[in-house]
Design a protein around this ligand. Sequence first.
Ligand code: K1U
Ligand code: ZN
Length: 172
Amino acid sequence: MAILPILSYPDPRLRTIAEPVQQVNDKIKTLISDMTETMYHAKGIGLAATQVNQHIQLIVMDLSENGDSRRVFINPKVTPLVEEKQPYEEGCLSVPTVYDSVERPTKVKIEALDEEGNAFEEIAEGLLAVCIQHEMDHLNGVLFVDYLSNLKQSRARDKVRKAVKQMEKAKA
Ligand code: K1U
Ligand code: ZN
């Protein structure tokens, strides 16, 4: 397993549209393992392949308290089931230190393949609904800060640049 570098906002590679996975082979399984280790190391609850510069439709997620319930979504399709939206204070491993409220539909249908390539369907509410929509946005080149005002986006860019510099200094 390996910890992969996570792209930071405003890196233009985060705007790439992900391609569908053609086959769940050993290469994809290795990437799933590496993304899982990267997500746990960064203390995230989700990670999209786009964030580690792999432009395929692959998401890992673990919403459990003790980090023992990793889930995989390959070629996911997410459909809102209600018009009602609720705000949630979101964060993003590609936008470190920035948190803000985003409104999203509260109930969605997820259709995807699991890590064995088996199709499944699930109705999601609560944090799963928030997180899968956030991760789907990554696969479509969208970041949660895109929903914020221009002023907040400009502040976020400055804050992330400073945070990344500090993280690099701490590593050296
Ligand atoms: O996509 C990512 O960068 C992962 C992101 C997922 C996410 C968190 C909160 C709302 C929507 C999507 C994170 O995990 S950021 C880390 C974080 O803020 C967090 C970590 C644990 C619990 C709650 C938030
Ligand atoms: Zn994110």
